[in-house]
Every structure is written in structure tokens, then in C-alpha cells.
Design a binder for this molecule. Structure first.
Ligand code: CO
Length: 210
């Protein structure tokens, strides 16, 4: 079993190992960050952003929450998005969900009397379910969760496109591309479900007027 002191020991070993390989590693890294990617992922411990794409410190700006959601009243996610787009000028925003997502599975159940806060977070996934209820209830029940995982990822990509931050960057900024990815817990592989760029036609009701 892992203990916090084991983690601290591992940290020491990792730091020493990095310095042994590249004596200037931390000095260089400490100067600035210029990641090309913003990763919005699930908090699930089995889907660590950098690990699954073999990235190094400094390469990905990361935000994770339960079921990789972009909720437009969530200042945490929006602050990360604004900083990544306006200051870091990331070229790509990636929403990466995963099959077998516990948050999505929980959203398909009745609300829990014990998890009153988490319920409110999951309500947004219930809305995605309701939006696609006909399709979800017509497919093989065994595939329902995975399909809702996919639909939830696509929905978050559209929510990003509906923010003033992305629309303004598409119009006046550096035109980042938004990707919806799904990760397979069983094989460690990622598939792209959707990609939106600055040529995307946004539904007029979500468009910001000039
Ligand atoms: Co998850």
C-alpha cells in the first residue's frame, strides 16, 4: 500500500533522477511555462493526463473534475480556460473523458441522499441524458453508459464553443482547436470523437453579438 511518506521518498528519487539526466532540468523548467495544450479531464485516478499521452512537465495545462465537465457557472474551470487561452495561448483544448466513468454511471442512477453536492454536479450529465434519451434508451443496455460517456464529452466541447472566451479567441485571437477525446480504461487508447475550430458554425442562440 502507498503511504504519504512513500510518495515523498519517490518524489526525492524522481527529482534526483531528473537532475542526474539533465543537471539544468528544473532551472530551465522554473523559468516559464509554454504549454500548447489545455486538458480538461476526469478526476479519475486511472486517467492521469500526462501519463496517458507520454507528456512531460510543462507540456500540458491541466484541469480535472468529476466527469470532465465544463459548467459555465464554474469559475474554477472558466478561470483555467481563460488563463490558458488568453495568457498561455494554448493551441488546443482537449476534453478527455473515459469509458467506465463513475461520474457518468452515477448520473444514470437516482440522486444519492448522501452526496448532496455531488448530485448537483451530476445534474448536468442527467441533462445530457435527457437531451439524448431517445437514442440512449433504444440501444443495447450494455452500451448505454459508454454512449453517454461519448455524448457527455461532445456536449462539453460544444459548451466550450459557447463560451465568450473561445468565441473571442476564434474571432480576434489565436484560434485554438477544441477536441473531444475518449480514453479506454481497458486498452489505454484514446479516440477522437469531435474536433471544432474557428470555422465552426455556432448555433445563433449561443453566439455572442459583435
Ligand atoms: Co470519470
Amino acid at each position: 500500500m502507498q503511504t504519504p511518506s512513500k510518495l515523498l521518498l519517490e518524489n526525492k528519487a524522481w527529482s534526483q533522477d531528473m537532475i542526474a539526466r539533465q543537471p539544468n532540468y528544473f532551472n530551465e523548467l522554473a523559468k516559464e511555462q509554454r504549454p500548447d495544450f489545455l486538458w480538461i479531464g476526469c478526476a479519475d485516478s486511472r486517467v492521469p493526463a500526462e501519463t496517458v499521452v507520454n507528456a512531460q512537465p510543462g507540456e500540458i495545462f491541466v484541469h480535472r473534475n468529476i466527469a470532465n465537465q465544463v459548467i459555465t457557472t464554474d469559475f474554477n474551470c472558466l478561470s483555467v480556460l481563460q488563463y490558458a487561452i488568453s495568457v498561455l495561448k494554448v493551441k488546443h483544448v482537449i476534453v478527455c473523458g473515459h469509458y467506465g466513468c463513475g461520474g457518468v454511471m452515477a448520473a444514470m442512477q437516482p440522486q444519492s441522499g448522501d452526496l448532496l453536492i455531488a448530485n448537483k454536479w451530476l445534474l448536468h450529465i442527467k441533462d445530457v441524458y435527457r437531451l439524448h434519451q431517445e437514442e440512449l434508451e433504444s440501444i443495447d443496455p450494455g452500451k448505454k453508459t459508454d454512449r453517454l460517456v461519448e455524448l457527455n464529452i461532445v456536449e462539453q466541447v460544444y459548451r466550450l464553443a459557447h463560451t465568450s472566451i473561445i468565441q473571442s479567441a476564434w474571432k480576434h485571437g489565436h484560434k485554438p482547436t477544441i477536441h473531444g477525446w475518449v480514453y479506454g480504461l481497458n486498452d489505454g487508447l484514446i479516440d477522437e470523437l469531435i474536433k471544432l475550430d474557428h470555422n465552426t458554425q455556432i448555433n445563433p442562440i449561443y453566439r455572442y453579438a459583435d
